[in-house]
Design a protein around this ligand. Structure first.
Ligand SMILES: Nc1ncnc2c1ncn2[C@@H]1O[C@H](COP(=O)(O)OP(=O)(O)O)[C@@H](O)[C@H]1O
Ligand SMILES: Nc1ccn([C@H]2C[C@H](O)[C@@H](COP(=O)(O)OP(=O)(O)O)O2)c(=O)n1
Length: 953
């Protein structure tokens, strides 16, 4: 590989002057005289083989734009961010050579693009299509926003042109066979790359923006993410292996600093490598194509380690640049084939390529393209009403689904050889019992990507961790069948803050009495003979799938139906499947379930099909009962997959469990909040006695993550107990012993509830005066939208006039904007949440929980009297609207009040009396929070009524 670093060995770029392919969106060769186009670069950071740019070049002027949108960039690892910066720098240079430039702007893509369109009076915006769910949402936002942009003198909004870089020449990419075998039979020709476009820049003076450094970008993202998101991102940076070593005590204290990604920054001079390990290629399009030419020619002559598994090296080297679109997949294919021809006097043998590197490169891009096509076709292939979504993990396409709008989060993880549809009769049912249910097809299975890598149980646990962090966004009840159960148990062991409870459905993994730790080998290699074994196994499985499946469903064999058999067979023929099967020979399930779930026993439900042909269910249940008495065990009359064999029996068990586990959480929280107030010192002492030094440090490290996660109530309790306890435990936890740096505190949030005219605003003014919190009135924010005639202004006006509630998304986004742009860390959010929907939207979008909820309780006649005398010229302060508002308040605000009452956060204040009298009841509540006293503008102690702090001492 070192050859790539030597400039004299870098081969000249292959000539592509005979490229002739036309872009799907630019068949007309006519120039759009006097018109301007914006080309939005996202994952297409190149000029070469860029159909969008080529199509845009028909306009008189083209503005290439890159939007630094946090919704996109926050999903990148530090390495990817750094790669993107290098590529942007190169793209800008290339464009400048053509007399153009790359515009760099910060913000949400829809706003940035709409503003730019207005600024330069652009007629068209060119955007590459995406398959990932969160990116599709961003694209929809851009599309919608542009539909509302009318330039003066133009009769219609700007045109938005979506484009692709099709790998295959086919009339349609959305009507292709779902089976790799069938697809290959079509023998679709592979498209040729298109030549680089020539275009003009607009003459006017434009602000092009400067290129950020990695630190700039990290700070920008850190600022725009809430504390919990930042903490969770940090959790995702240490590998599963490292966390495991730490948990097992195999890691030396001295090497305990956080291992973060971002190993770049060590670009090897004069080479295309961006890592000191020389295992990742980066740079601009030209550099990457040169590196590819070097790879194709040089590496095949080296007996280097990178070719031990043909193809593995290729994705490692080029995967990241392919994901950022620095080169297109079809360019890679083209270069590889040209090289093969060069080696064989223009001849391509029907028996395979003559160089292993050519096979590796072409196999990888064809495989990537196949999973892209499966993702693109996801809606059409949806069998059971499950709306399939796509998530990209480490560059790989993963399929998942989510059902349900309210209630606790639940994650369902399938077993070996299965896929998310294996929960076909569980998802809706569990969601209908007021849960939000996510199902995922993990890497290597179903229609998710099957890259050429070494699969281990730790890799899958890491994937689940990242799914929880990036997609679910809150701790969940995690259900796993077979090996999926083991992955879930491993996740609970490694990152307990992510898991509310564990449900094991005929889980893989042993139960071992008297277990003492075995050393775990760090090096994971594929055992000798695994490849042959995997091929034989694959052959055996394909041949016997129907029978094997029926054996797993002994009570209800009809459930092992054609749908399951067909999809299993389909998946077993996908490219890359042999590598996944190899993992069976390399799994390390040596940590038994009883060890992994030691701290989780009370939060574990075991559903065991007692006719499981794969394990010995009697023995397993007996051992679990003996060794894990706190676990709840349900024995059912089914085989290896009870959730699918007898869903009518298993669904209620899971639903009841979730209700119980959730209410246990709330009980513990309630108990803890009163304990915290009354017995802070005792709690600290208790904790001190109960916990060993090591445990203290581990749990304390997790506490910032735990406490900021809105739904992990029990863990919240532990975390806050610890935070309080830390001050009494300096002998146990010393600052220098921390593994991670201390976190910035989460913002202090107060919700102020009460009917219209109950005096919320009046009391808020006094609270602000005394404690310096920032006041955000939901009503004022909405009225500001009306006054500013924003796009939602008219809609808000009509709803308020009618006494109705504005859609939560709108209100929460306004609050979010204020929270994000504020320097304050203490907020008083007034008139919010008015409904359960408001509350859930806040939790979902802001990902924070209030510290205090004030409720001003006022009789209706008093509220009516006050509102009718308010005299602020408000359109809704009239008796007709007031009656409607009161009706809505009584119907919709009550559940919110009850919710916070149950969580122990509600402070009800009698709102009858003088303003000052009422404030006397408010004071002690805020006085009991140390962080508010710091910024108090007057001496609040002087107002002290009987405060909670006094009570507790
Ligand atoms: N304790 C009180 N007694 C009498 N009038 C009050 C009291 N508190 C507020 N008001 C008056 O009642 C009206 C409604 O109060 P406001 O704070 O705007 O309520 P809300 O927050 O519910 O909209 C205002 O005109 C205010 O001056
Ligand atoms: N969370 C919120 C807050 C207010 N609104 C709308 C509906 C309310 O009647 C109006 C006015 O709210 P505001 O909090 O100013 O009203 P009161 O102070 O309670 O009289 O705004 C909303 O739709 N959602």
């Amino acid at each position: 590989m070192a050859l790539l670093a030597l400039p004299h060995l870098i081969p000249h770029r292959l000539r592509r002057n005979h490229r002739r392919n036309q872009c799907r969106c630019c068949s007309s060769s006519a120039t759009n005289e006097g018109s301007t186009a914006v080309v939005w670069f996202k994952h297409d950071l190149r000029v070469d083989d860029h159909p969008g740019l080529l199509a845009a070049s028909k306009h008189s002027a083209v503005i290439p734009l890159y939007v630094l949108d946090r919704r996109i960039l926050s999903r990148y690892t530090t390495d990817t961010l750094e790669l993107a910066i290098i590529a942007l720098e190169d793209l800008r240079k290339t464009l400048k050579k053509q007399g153009s430039n790359l515009m760099l702007r910060y913000g949400n893509a829809e706003n940035v693009i709409a503003d730019l369109v207005k600024e330069v009076r652009a007629h068209s915006v060119f955007v590459e299509e995406e398959v990932e769910y969160h990116l599709c949402n961003v694209l929809d936002g851009v599309k919608k926003k542009l539909e509302g942009v009318y330039l003066s003198g133009e009769g219609k909004p700007p045109r938005i042109v979506f484009w692709q870089t099709p790998f295959y020449e086919s009339q349609s990419l959305t009507d292709l066979p779902q089976s790799w075998e069938e697809f290959k039979k079509l023998k679709l020709p592979i498209s040729l790359p298109v030549p680089a476009a020539r275009f003009s820049s607009p003459g006017s003076e434009l602000q092009w923006g400067s290129l950020p450094t990695l630190d700039d970008l990290k700070d920008y993202l850190k600022e725009s993410l809430c504390e919990k998101e930042n903490n969770w991102r940090e959790m995702a940076q240490a590998s599963a292996e490292r966390v495991l070593m730490e948990r097992l005590g195999n890691l030396k204290e001295s090497s305990m600093e956080p291992i973060v990604d971002g190993s770049l920054g060590k670009k090897v001079d004069n080479s295309a490598f961006v890592t000191s390990k020389r295992d990742t290629v980066g740079g601009g399009n030209e550099t990457v194509l040169n590196a590819l030419a070097g790879y194709l020619r040089c590496i095949s002559y080296e007996s280097g380690m990178l070719l031990i598994r043909p193809g593995a090296s290729f994705f490692k080297l080029f995967g990241p640049v392919l994901c950022l679109g620095i080169v297109s997949r079809r360019s890679v294919h083209y270069e590889a084939i040209e090289y093969e021809k060069e080696r064989n006097a223009g001849f391509i043998s029907p028996f395979g390529y003559s160089a292993a590197t050519v096979s590796a490169a072409t196999d990888t891009v064809r495989s990537m393209e196949w999973y892209y096509l499966l993702a693109l076709n996801r809606e059409r292939i949806d069998e059971k009403r499950l709306a399939i979504r796509i998530w990209r993990w480490k560059g790989y396409l993963i399929q998942y689904t989510v059902v349900g709008n309210e209630g606790p989060a639940v994650l369902l993880v399938h077993g070996f050889g299965a896929f998310l549809e294996h929960y076909r009769d569980n998802v809706d049912n569990i969601a209908n019992s007021k849960n939000r249910v996510w199902t995922i097809t993990v890497l290597g299975f179903g229609k998710s990507e099957k890259p050429n890598i070494i699969y281990t149980e730790l890799l899958w646990a890491e994937l689940l961790r990242d799914f929880m962090i990036e997609v679910v966004g809150e701790p969940a009840h995690c259900v796993g069948n077979s090996i999926g159960g083991y992955f879930v148990a491993l996740m609970a062991f490694l990152w307990p803050a992510l898991v509310k409870s564990v449900v094991l459905v005929n889980s893989a993994g042993n139960v071992v009495p008297g277990y003492s730790l075995l050393p775990i080998s760090r090096e994971r290699r594929v055992p000798f003979g695994a490849q042959l074994g995997a091929r034989l196994l694959l052959f055996f499985l394909q041949f016997n799938v129907k029978k094997l499946l029926k054996d797993c469903y002994p009570v209800n064999p009809a459930r092992a139906d054609d749908f399951l058999v067909t999809e299993m067979l389909r998946a077993s023929r996908d490219p890359g499947v042999v590598m996944v099967l190899e993992s069976i020979f390399g799994f390390d399930l040596s940590l038994p379930l009883n060890y992994l779930l030691k701290g989780f026993e009370e939060k574990t439900l075991v559903i065991q099909g007692m006719k499981d042909p794969i394990s010995d269910p009697q023995k397993k249940v007996a051992l679990l009962k003996e060794l894990c008495p706190a676990m709840v065990i349900k024995q059912v009359n089914a085989g290896h997959c009870p959730h699918d064999e007898i869903p009518e029996e298993v669904n209620p068990i899971i639903c009841e469990w979730i209700v119980k586990a959730t209410s246990d959480d709330q009980e513990e929280l309630k108990a803890s909040s009163s304990q915290q107030i009354c017995h802070i010192k005792e709690i600290a002492d208790k904790w001190r006695k109960k916990t060993t030094k090591k445990m203290w440090r581990r749990v304390a490290l997790l506490s910032p993550m735990i406490s900021s996660s809105s739904r992990s109530l029990t863990l919240n309790q532990a975390a806050s107990g610890l935070k309080v306890g830390e001050s009494f435990a300096t002998d146990i936890i010393k600052p220098e012993e921390r593994i991670l740096p201390p976190k910035e505190k989460a913002p202090f949030i107060t919700f102020v509830l009460g009917g219209p005219g109950s005096g919320k605003g009046t009391q808020c003014e006094k609270i602000v005066e005394t404690f310096g919190l920032q006041h955000l009135s939901a009503g004022d924010l909405l009225r500001r939208e009306i006054a500013m005639h924003t796009e939602n202004g008219d809609m808000i006006l009509n709803l308020i006039k009618d006494g109705k509630i504005v859609p939560s998304e709108v209100t929460v986004k306004l609050i979010q904007k204020e929270l994000e742009s504020s320097d304050s860390r203490k907020f008083l959010i007034d008139g919010f949440p008015r409904t359960e929907e408001n509350r859930v939207a806040f939790e979902r979008i802001i990902r924070a929980d209030p510290d205090v909820v004030l409720f001003f309780d006022c009789p209706e006649e008093e509220m009516v009297k006050r509102v009718l005398n308010r005299n602020q010229g408000r359109i809704d302060d009239n008796i007709t609207t007031m009656k409607k508002r009161l009706k809505i308040f009584n119907a919709l605000n009550r559940p919110v009040i009850d919710y916070y009452k149950n969580k122990g956060k509600l402070y009800t204040i009698n709102a009858v009396g003088t303003v000052d009298d009422i404030f006397q009841h408010v004071l002690p509540i805020f006085n009991s929070f140390e962080q508010l006293k710091e910024s108090s503008h007057v001496n609040p102690q002087s107002h002290l009524g009987p405060s909670l702090v006094e009570n507790s001492s």
